[in-house]
Write a protein that binds this ligand. Sequence first.
Ligand code: ADP
Length: 463
Amino acid sequence: MTLRILAGRLLTLLLWQLVAAGTVYFLVGTGHWAWMVLAVVMAGVWWLLLDVWKATRLLRWLRRGALDMPPAQAGVWGEAGDRVRRLMRERERELQTSDARLQDFLAAMQASPNGVVLLDAQGRIEWFNQMAANHFGLVPQRDLLQHLVNLVRDPVYTAYSASREFDHEVVLTGRVSTPSKPVRLSVHMHPYGEGRSLLLSRDITALEQAEAMRRDFVANVSHEIRTPLTVLSGFVETLQSLPLEPNEQQHYLGLMAQQAQRMQTLVSDLLVLSRLEGSPVPGMQQWMRVDAVLQLCEQEAAELGRVLWGKPHPLVFDCGPATELAGVESELHSAIYNLIGNAVRYTPVEKTITVRWQRLDDGSGLLCVQDEGPGIAPEHIPRLTERFYRVDRSRSRDSGGTGLGLAIVKHVAQRHGAELRIDSVVGQGSVFSLLFPAQRVRNPLPPSSDFSDLRTTSAAALQ
Ligand code: ADP
């Protein structure tokens, strides 16, 4: 390249020398003026040819896409080539930046927990994220540029798309929905640009289930409260309207007290549940003695037996080796007492109830409450921990059950990393067990060696 430039320069120099020689020749009067004209014309032609040649090279470079270096040449054409190359570079950098931004934007849409589909003015799919692919069963290689309405075969969506009224969302049945495992999708179209649309889809199955559960819960609570209230107001009416003997009055007042007690138990169980749901998971700072809690439960079980059956059941309490359990004492007591209370309620009074605490080889702790009661049919067992689920409604109510006891037990168990197991054989009895993980179970420390423990115990006592 430099050789070519050198040759060009030499040729130019030669021509100028020719022009100069012609001029001198003419001025000293020895030459003919035609020599000078010829020299000037030749120089002009040379410059013209040189210019055309440079322009052609630049043009050829531009036609190639101006991707490599421009032809090295001096003068105006060289500078033009340089400027074009700089402009091209700037443009390329801008394109790269905007492409990176587009990729970022698409990655953000890809990360969206909602399904996103971009549709063109004809309703054809331009882009969709993985969530939308899951919701509608779309495959990128197959479905891009297809009409979405042909792929989502739900009549609700077809009508929604045809109506072009997109100020509200519609709820579709998911494509993998089954009667036992329903899937519900909320779909909302948002028009933008020139006839384009952005379709957002959301899996609202859990939301709908929670809403249904809330409705059921409110209906159940209302029902549970209404029943004793109706009975109570009936007795009030009787007392107001009938001239009763004092002993009859006492009888009715006793029945009224029972109903009031039932409502009180229900409200207190509801409060326990809501407190359990709202409070943080218990840590490992507080430790309680298992035998102390079991002794308290034994007294309470005997008392409940006396109230319900006129005398306590034969109770066998095996507290095992002295052990401590990490957690909230009031919650653990409530869970254990609920299991023992159920055994007392549902077991005929002459049958034995056995409560056993043991430390397993792996360090975990197992509490078993065994009764010789009526047992529970297998189909009921998975549902026993649902709120207000009862196998025998009237028996539960007669014995003061709220239908919330096992729901409380399950909650407490979950909060303490424990597992609730239910084994039952109809006609033979049931075993309700709580298995606590090894890290929540320990041998009691000698009092003098554990000052921190003393501190937590006294702090708990002060509360
Ligand atoms: P409840 O307050 O009605 O006892 P729970 O949630 O404690 O509510 O128990 C749910 C249902 O499980 C009870 O209504 C009862 O039908 C059944 N159940 C619980 N424990 C026993 C048991 N030890 N023996 C037989 N049935 C039981």
